[in-house]
Design a protein around this ligand. Structure first.
Ligand SMILES: Cc1cc2nc3c(=O)[nH]c(=O)nc-3n(C[C@H](O)[C@H](O)[C@H](O)COP(=O)(O)O)c2cc1C
Length: 327
């Protein structure tokens, strides 16, 4: 039913309207969502998650939205990227929709770190909190970490946003930055990497900083041109169904050096829009499948349904724990 609603109505509405009403709409659905979260507990180091299905960074721009997505069945929810200053983002239109794919040029709109700090003070929740952050200078990274570290369990460093200037960071600069950040953060560091770098280069970066990071997320969106976008460069990030092969290329290379979850925890995102893709990522690539475009195009039951499918697969194959799949 949601697919019909999405294809016939949502995909034809101006993106500003969808952005504005999307949060409250999901809020109402989450309030009346009577399914319990599917329990498939697993761990990353000493962090315990309720199931290995999650929302990657991009939609949950407040603690309230994080809680809603969790309530809809996601065991992992990463916040939308937080910057020091409030950002309006790029001009509209900034999302182009098609079947199971999106091109977005959002440009990291968010309320800024002070807003987040205040909201987090007033918010309590039971699940592991992961916040995505992006600084423009080392001082900014420091501010983000100092203000958020008591409210987070993991920082995901967004080194790979194609929609802002210097969003996809130079690899040498990234290495230095990661080493510097790990010396000031009391919380583990997680990297969000770009498909703009060939897998071997991303692997080289991981090799250089492995002792300073807990894990990585592969991949951010792929920069493409589209004349319908409102930003003057007409560049946006492609996500969804068609970028899955790019994700697999990265995983194929990185898993040759880091065979499994214990060697390197990986969250995989990029076109994971069907049950069999979720299962492939988990069972073949020993990575944790997380998605965003699938949720936006398939609707609020996306995470719950996928977690149910994974549970059925585990029962069918007589697998008793998620961690045993990941090893
Ligand atoms: C509308 C939208 C907003 C996004 N915002 C962010 C963001 O704030 N930070 C980030 O690291 N990635 C962001 N992304 C990228 C996603 O986290 C993800 O890497 C990408 O969409 C590929 O996964 P998917 O195909 O499941 O959507 C965004 C993607 C979309 C579609």
């Amino acid at each position: 039913m949601y697919k019909f609603f999405y294809n016939q109505i949502v995909s034809r509405l101006p993106d500003q309207l969808v952005e504005y009403f999307g949060g409250p709409f999901i809020g109402i659905i989450a309030t009346f969502h009577f399914n319990k979260i599917i329990s498939l507990p697993f761990t990353i180091a000493n962090l315990k998650f309720e199931n290995p299905v999650g929302m990657t960074s991009g939609w949950a721009d407040s603690p309230k939205k994080i809680n809603r997505i969790h309530k809809l069945g996601a065991g992992i929810v990463i916040s939308k990227t937080i910057t020091v200053d409030k950002r309006k983002g790029n001009p509209y239109p900034r999302i182009i929709r098609d079947k199971d794919i999106l091109i977005n040029s959002m440009g990291l709109p968010n309320n800024g770190v002070d807003w987040w700090e205040n909201k987090l003070k007033a918010n309590s929740n039971s699940h592991v909190r992961m916040h995505s952050i992006k600084g423009y200078t080392f001082e900014e990274w420091e501010i983000l970490i100092n203000k958020l570290e008591k409210f987070t369990e993991v920082f995901e460093l967004n080194l790979s946003c194609p929609n802002i200037q210097e969003g996809i960071m130079d690899l040498k600069e990234s290495m230095q930055l990661i080493n510097d950040i790990s010396s000031i953060s009391t919380k583990p560091i997680w990297l969000k990497l770009s498909p703009e770098y060939p897998p071997k280069q991303n692997l080289e970066l991981i090799n250089k900083v492995r002792s300073n990071i807990l894990g990585v997320t592969l991949i951010n969106t792929i920069p493409v041109e589209n004349n319908k976008l409102g930003n003057p460069m007409k560049i946006g990030g492609l996500s969804g169904r068609t970028i899955y092969p790019k994700l697999l290329q990265q995983l194929d290379t990185i898993r040759l050096s880091y065979f499994n979850h214990s060697e390197l925890p990986i969250m995989a995102t990029g076109g994971i829009v069907s049950n069999d893709r979720f299962w492939e990522i988990l069972s073949k690539y020993k990575a944790i499948p997380i998605g965003l475009t699938g949720f936006l195009t398939q609707g609020p039951k996306y995470y719950y349904n996928v977690a149910k499918y994974i549970k059925n697969q585990m029962d069918y194959n007589e697998i008793d724990s998620v961690n045993s799949i990941l090893e």
